[in-house]
Design a protein around this ligand. Structure first.
Ligand code: NAD
Ligand code: UGA
Length: 354
C-alpha cells in the first residue's frame, strides 16, 4: 500500500514507519522534524518531507491524492503545551487536522486518525467519591469506546482543550461517516512508552511526558518530581505492542476497522506515578548497574507549580480493549516491568555510548 504518514517523525510515527516499511509498504512521511527518522533516510520505499502542515495545504492535497491510506498523528501531544499554549493546541489538533480529514472526504481516501485516551477525562470516582461504595473499584476507570461518557474539568482548567479538540475531531469524523462520506478509524492510545519518546530534559529544561522526566533524573541527576503526590494512575503500553495493533488496523481485514474507534492499551499495566518513579529506580539499580546510594530524591510538587495555572489531571484510566481483542485478535504481550525496563534500556545505552 502507498501510505501517507503525517507525523512520521514523532515517537509513535517513527516506530510505525519502521514497521510499515518492514511489512513492504511504501511510505511518505511528513513532519516538521525528521531527527527520529535518520536510520530510515536511505530506505528505497521511504520518502521524508520536512514540512510544517500549516503551510503546505496544496502539497498535502496532492500527497493525499497519491496515497491509498492516510495516517494522521500530527498534534501537540504534551500536557505542558495544553497549559502554556492552549490556542496552538486547538489550531493544530483540531483545525489543521480537520483540513486533512476533509481532504480525505473530498478525495475518497481512508483515514486513520490518532485521538487520545484523554477524551475520557476523569473517573466518576474523582468527582463524587463520597457517593460511591467502593471508589477504588477498577470498573469505575475502565473506559470503553462505545459506552463510557466523558468527564472533563471546567473551562478555566485549560488542560482539557486537548481532550476537547480531539473529541470534537472524533465527532466530526463520526458525522462524516454517518453521511457515508468518509471511511475512518480512530485510535485512542493509552500512554505508550518506549525508545524515542520525547527527549530527556536536563535540570530545568523543557517539560516532556513523565517517563522522560524520570529517565532524565536517573541519568543526569535532579529530583523525580511527583505532581500532586503522584497518586494518579496510568496504564503503560509498550510501543511494540501498540504498533502490532496498528498494523492490524492498517491491514483492515474485510473492512473490520471501518468507522470504528479503538482503545489501544495494556489494562494489566496500571501503576501510580509514584509507583512508576519507584519502579524505575528499582530497575535502574537491578538491571542497569545504577548506584543505589545515588538515586534521585522524590519531590512532591503541586500541578500549578509544575505546569502553571490551568492544569488539571486524569486521576485514572484503564483501557477496555475487548473490541481490539475481538475484531483484531490483538492483545498486548509486554507486562509492566518489561515495558518500563525495555523503554529504559534504550536511554541507558545511549547515555553510555556518549
Ligand atoms: P509526538 O509529539 O512524538 O509526535 C507528533 C509529531 O507531530 C512530532 O513529530 C511533531 O514534530 C509533529 N508535528 C507537530 N506539529 C507539526 C506541524 N505543524 N507540521 C508537521 N509536523 C508537526 O507524539 P506521539 O506520542 O508520537 O503522538 C502521536 C499522536 O498520538 C498524537 O496525535 C497524540 O495526540 C496521539 N497520542 C499519543 C499518545 C502516546 O501514548 N504517545 C497517547 C494519546 C494520544
Ligand atoms: C498524556 C498526554 O496527554 C498525551 O501524550 C496523551 O494524549 C496521553 O496522555 C497518553 O500518553 O496516553 P499524561 O498521561 O497526563 O497525558 O502525560 P504525562 O506527562 O506522561 O503525565 C503523567 C502523569 O505524571 C500526570 O499526572 C502528571 O501530572 C505526572 N507527572 C508528570 C509527574 O508526576 N512528574 C513529572 O515529572 C511529569
Amino acid at each position: 500500500m502507498k501510505i501517507l504518514n503525517l507525523g512520521a517523525g514523532g515517537f509513535i510515527g517513527s516506530h510505525l514507519t519502521t514497521r510499515l516499511l518492514a511489512e513492504g509498504h511504501q511510505v511518505t512521511g511528513v513532519d516538521i522534524n525528521g531527527d527520529k527518522l535518520d536510520t530510515l533516510a536511505a530506505h528505497h520505499r521511504f520518502t521524508y518531507l520536512g514540512r510544517d502542515i500549516r503551510d503546505a495545504e496544496g502539497e498535502l492535497a496532492e500527497l493525499i491524492a497519491a496515497s491509498d491510506l492516510v495516517v494522521d498523528l500530527i498534534a501537540h501531544a504534551n500536557p505542558s503545551l495544553y497549559v502554556s499554549r492552549p490556542l496552538d493546541v486547538f489550531h493544530l489538533n483540531f483545525s489543521e487536522n480537520l483540513k486533512i480529514a476533509e481532504t480525505c472526504v473530498r478525495q475518497g481516501k481512508r483515514l486513520i486518525q490518532f485521538s487520545s485516551c484523554e477524551v475520557y477525562g476523569k473517573t466518576v470516582a474523582s468527582i463524587v467519591p463520597g457517593l460511591l461504595a467502593n471508589p477504588d473499584d477498577p470498573d469505575l476507570a475502565l473506559f470503553a469506546e462505545e459506552s463510557t461518557p466523558f468527564i472533563l474539568g471546567p473551562v478555566n482548567r485549560h488542560r482539557w482543550i486537548y481532550s476537547c479538540a480531539k473529541q470534537l475531531l472524533e465527532r466530526v469524523l463520526h458525522a462524516y461517516g454517518l453521511a457515508g462520506e468518509l471511511i475512518y478509524t480512530i485510535i485512542r492510545p493509552f500512554n505508550f512508552i518506549g525508545p524515542r519518546i520525547d527527549y530527556l530534559p536536563r535540570e530545568g529544561e523543557g517539560v516532556p511526558r513523565v517517563f522522560s522526566h524520570f529517565m532524565g533524573a536517573l541519568l543526569h541527576g535532579g529530583p523525580m518530581r511527583l505532581v500532586n503526590g503522584g497518586r494518579q494512575r496510568r496504564c503503560y503500553t509498550y510501543i511494540d505492542d501498540a504498533v502490532d495493533c496498528l498494523l492490524r488496523i492498517v491491514d483492515n481485514p474485510g473492512g473490520v476497522c471501518d468507522r470504528q474507534i479503538f482503545n489501544i492499551g495494556s489494562p494489566a499495566n496500571e501503576i501510580s506515578i509514584k509507583g512508576l518513579a519507584l519502579l524505575m529506580q528499582e530497575l535502574y539499580v537491578e538491571q542497569f548497574g545504577g548506584d543505589p546510594f545515588a538515586l534521585p530524591p522524590l519531590l512532591e510538587v503541586s500541578g500549578e507549580e509544575f505546569y502553571g495555572d490551568g492544569y488539571d489531571d486524569s486521576d485514572r484510566r484503564i483501557p477496555d480493549i475487548s473490541k481490539a481483542e475481538h475484531l483484531l485478535n490483538w492483545r498486548p504481550r509486554f507486562d509492566l516491568r518489561r515495558t518500563v525496563a525495555d523503554s529504559m534500556r534504550y536511554y541507558v545505552e545511549q547515555a553510555r555510548q556518549r
